[in-house]
Design a protein around this ligand. Structure first.
Ligand SMILES: *Cc1c(COP(=O)(O)O)cnc(C)c1O
Length: 488
């Protein structure tokens, strides 16, 4: 009892009466051999306060956890420490797992970091439909049941010129639904050069099998001709398909068949022709100095009957798989029971509609759509931001690393435009110590950045830690958390 009990026990706003502390101390003496019972622990003032804040259920659960730990370690229960552990674990237990980070990787549409950031209009629309009832499947004009796709279908038709459209959970689902609806039990002709694997186990041959379609490869890896398709067409054929090789390019002695030729071949045999674009931009990206990416409009003009693309790649919207094309085929897709299993929820539809609405005014798109704003951000703008952040970064790094600005190449990401690179500017941390410990120091710096309240995700390249500022909007928030960080 030498140390002041109140001094030890007063934690934050919590104060404790002396009598209660005596109970705690006696318990402590008694439990050198056996651990206290749950009821007893729940009576401790510190634990009682936690139970008032978070409820008995959670507190009991974490008390049990702590007791288990002590039992395993064969350690006595020290009440003050015990309560502190329980409190700490409650915070860990309740802190969200999925949360915001700073994407300073230089990859704008980073699949692991959630791809496209959404515009305010979309966020507002998501909140509005989430809070209560909506006309999700209710036609307000007719006063009866409606179609959930209708909210985005008219926009997709307006923007792409398609007859009809539908949406599902993501583009992988769009491809699955297309294959299963048009080619179940039949052959799908695809060029050998287009059998792509997209990150996260989307592989064309696997999707075909799951869709109960049979992949019929035509041509060779580097060269496929129209006659390869024509010779492969038979009674068994259900569909001709082009798959955009979004994350690789085949260079050198190559040949592929133009979409309008494939459409002709398919239609000559009364077969449908589908194009999986992957990214599929709705506008010509060259006006912002970005490379050209094929659009659904191109494919439809060339005679594709269905075109599939992602909602959260270059389109800059929520995760979704968009299918546009011939009304008759879209109707078939909608009748497939798989559509019901793959459909989008109201939150996604609300966000997608809001994003598509922005495309009605292409003049303001590069300012209002965050993904496009980042992609088209002027180099000088990024360089100026790097200069503004250097002092805070140097202060934060202290003597752990030298900090400088460096020209880097970023990426669009999500397999869009695989070889094109985005010239950008980064803050580079070069470890201060000897070369042999550089790797460990880099890892430590990376760890310190990831441990921040809003984790900072950069990349390690050429023995330096790089923070590409292209996608940094909340500059002051980053500066503030660097200033508050205690990792040095
Ligand atoms: C990205 C991509 C897909 C998968 O799209 P998700 O929206 O990620 O499901 C399918 N095909 C191609 C060609 C792609 O680039």
């Amino acid at each position: 009892m030498a140390d002041d009990p109140a001094g030890v026990i007063s934690r934050g706003s919590l104060s404790i009466d002396h009598e209660a502390y005596l109970t705690v101390s006696i318990t402590k003496l008694d439990t050198r051999r056996t651990l206290p019972a749950m009821d007893q622990i729940l009576g401790w003032p510190l634990i009682r306060v936690l139970a008032e804040q978070h409820g008995q259920t959670l507190v009991k659960c974490l008390v049990n956890q702590q007791l288990d730990l002590l039992r395993k370690a064969q350690q006595p229960c020290e009440p003050v420490q015990f309560a502190a552990n329980v409190e700490q674990h409650i915070h860990g237990y309740l802190s969200p797992s999925l949360r915001k980070v700073f994407n300073l990787t230089g990859t704008v549409l980073h699949t692991n970091l959630g791809r496209a950031p959404l515009p305010e209009e979309a966020i507002q629309a998501m909140c509005d439909v989430s809070r209560g009832a909506s006309n999700l499947e209710f036609d307000l004009g007719k006063g009866k049941r409606g179609d959930r796709d209708s909210h985005v279908e008219q926009w997709l038709c307006r923007l792409t010129g398609a007859e009809a459209a539908t949406v599902v959970n993501n583009n992988a689902a769009a491809v699955l639904l297309t294959l299963n609806t048009l080619a179940k039990g039949k052959e799908v002709l695809v060029s050998r050069g287009e059998l792509v694997e997209i990150g996260g186990a989307f592989r064309v041959p696997d999707i075909m099998r799951r869709a109960q379609a049979k992949l019929h490869e035509v041509g060779t890896t580097n060269r496929t001709h129209r006659r390869d398709y024509d010779e492969a067409i038979s009674q068994r054929t259900g569909l001709l398909m082009t798959i955009h090789t979004s994350n690789y390019v085949i260079q050198g002695f190559t040949a592929s068949v133009a979409e309008h030729e494939l459409a002709e071949s398919a239609h000559a045999h009364g077969l449908p022709y589908a194009v999986d674009l992957g990214s599929g931009s709705l506008i010509d990206m060259r006006q912002w100095g970005l490379p050209y990416e094929p659009t659904p409009m191109d494919s439809l003009r060339d005679g594709a009957d269905l075109v599939t693309f992602s909602g959260d790649k270059l389109l800059g919207g929520p995760q979704a798989g968009i299918i546009v094309g011939k009304r008759e085929l879209i109707e078939k897709l909608k009748k497939n029971p798989l559509k019901r299993a793959l459909r989008c929820d109201k939150v996604t539809l609300a966000a997608l509609e809001a994003v598509l609405r922005l495309y009605a005014s292409p003049e303001t798109l590069s300012q209002r759509l965050p993904a496009l704003r980042w992609l088209s951000r002027p180099h000088l703008d990024i360089t100026a931001q790097v200069e503004r952040l250097l002092p805070a970064m140097r202060q934060w790094a202290g003597d752990r690393a030298t900090v400088s600005s460096v020209a880097v190449m970023g990426q669009i990401g999500s397999g869009s435009l695989p070889i094109e690179r985005l010239p950008s500017e980064a803050i580079a941390f070069t470890p201060a110590g000897p070369a042999r410990s550089a790797n460990r120091q880099l890892r430590e710096l990376q760890r310190a950045l990831l441990n921040m309240p809003v984790p900072v995700v950069g990349r390690i390249h050429d023995s330096r830690l790089l923070l590409d500022l292209r996608c940094l909007d909340e500059e002051q928030q980053l500066i503030d958390q660097l200033a508050r960080d205690k990792s040095t």
